[in-house]
Ligand binder design. Structure first.
Ligand SMILES: *Cc1c(COP(=O)(O)O)cnc(C)c1O
Length: 374
């Protein structure tokens, strides 16, 4: 390890915090002094701002992106006997909630260039039991929502968008999360709109479904201390709400910076043999929660090690596709059944990506990748 090399983290949010510290501390102190920490005007105001950002009428804040997905499935009465089609190349939360409501996750393969659901494979997996599809806009790249919505309408299937990594991305000029029936968002600190703790939200234009989700997230309470169904406790607290409302004002600017970094990475790395850089579909504008390349020829570990020696820290999202996880053994998937997802899990490496990554740091990453690969 060369001592003079400056280490670049895969992710950093301290710099970003420094730029908005004054606003955030004032807002947090105001909440603390108010004595109101749960619900009320602060949460309502964030919900309105987040709905408006998506050009939607309804937003329900909740405790996490996982809860958002869970509440969406519950609101559509998806449960035992139902099937939900999704990608095996995602964070566990996407399929975990399907299992949690008693339904069966059906995994189909992904596209090697976008890492997102292969829509033809989705079509082939539809059965009379299919109630919903959960497209994941992985790493901030929008799924081809035109093709997916067409399929959903033909078969009368609900689309629950997992936008945990893609707040602000667009497909056909529309924000992801506003195209399907329900959009589910996470405010986990590493996401594009990240809070200072856990948080999530659901957005929709359907007032009945929204009302149902409000009941379920509040213990199934229909009237005070009267319960119409078994619910959960899932809240966004007031401190997170005021922080997220401030950060929402900067989101587009931060996403623009991520896009500029991605396009620079693309410019200098896309022609190198031995790696494959991610592609953006025409019609989509990604927000690059991650910039994830494929390292070919079984060289991933070696390359990552050498990159680290040059100060470039990388991450692997995700090392094992969900259909091969021990928890899903009973679903009966075999090794080789979803080959693209399996191959990606052996090749993918996410390069440093956050809006404050300086040009100098970007150059260091680009230079290191070029040198290590050659
Ligand atoms: C982060 C994430 C979630 C879950 O969000 P939490 O807020 O951590 O519960 C769901 N799906 C995807 C794709 C994610 O990246």
């Amino acid at each position: 390890m060369i001592q003079s090399v400056k280490s670049i983290p895969a992710f950093d949010n301290k710099q970003q915090y420094a730029t908005i510290e004054a606003d955030i501390s004032a807002a947090v102190l105001e909440v603390l002094a108010s004595g109101r920490y749960i619900g009320g005007p602060a949460v309502n105001a964030f919900e309105r701002a987040f709905a408006a950002y998506h050009n939607l009428t309804e937003c329900i804040a909740c405790n996490s992106g996982t809860d958002a997905l869970y509440l969406a499935l519950r609101a559509f009465d998806i449960g035992a006997g139902d099937e939900v089609i999704t990608t095996p190349f995602t964070f566990i939360a996407t399929s975990e909630v399907v299992s949690a409501v008693g339904a069966k996750p059906v995994f189909v393969d992904v596209d090697a260039n976008t890492y997102n659901l292969n829509i033809q494979q989705v079509a082939a997996a539809i059965t009379p039991k299919t109630k919903a599809i959960i497209p994941v806009h992985l790493f901030g790249q929008p799924v081809d929502m035109t093709a997916l919505m067409k399929l959903a309408k033909q078969h009368n299937i609900k689309i629950i968008e997992d936008c945990a990594q893609s707040t602000g991305a667009t497909w056909g000029g529309e924000k992801v999360g506003s195209i399907g029936d329900i959009g589910c968002f996470s405010f986990y600190p590493t996401k594009n709109l990240g809070g200072c703790g856990d948080g999530g939200a659901i957005a929709t234009n359907n007032p009945e479904i929204a009302a149902r989700m409000r009941v379920i997230k509040n213990h199934g309470q229909s009237d005070q201390y009267h319960y119409s169904e078994i619910g959960v406790n899932s809240r966004l607290d007031c401190i997170q709400a005021v922080i997220l409302q401030i950060k929402l004002r900067y989101l587009d600017n931060w996403n623009t910076k991520r896009r500029a970094i991605a396009s620079r990475y693309h410019q200098f790395l896309s022609k190198i043999s031995g790696i494959i850089t991610p592609q953006e579909l025409t019609g989509g504008e990604g927000v690059w929660n991650q910039y994830t390349i494929r390292i070919l020829d079984g060289k991933r570990e070696e390359v990552r090690q050498k990159l680290q020696e040059q100060g470039v820290n990388t991450m692997i999202y995700y090392p094992m596709p969900l259909h091969l996880q021990p928890i899903y053994q009973d679903l009966g998937y075999k090794l080789g059944q979803l080959p693209i997802a399996e191959e990606l899990s052996k090749e993918v490496t996410s390069l440093p990506m956050f809006p404050e990554l300086s040009e100098e740091q970007q150059d260091q990453v680009i230079y290191a990748v070029k040198e290590v690969i050659n």
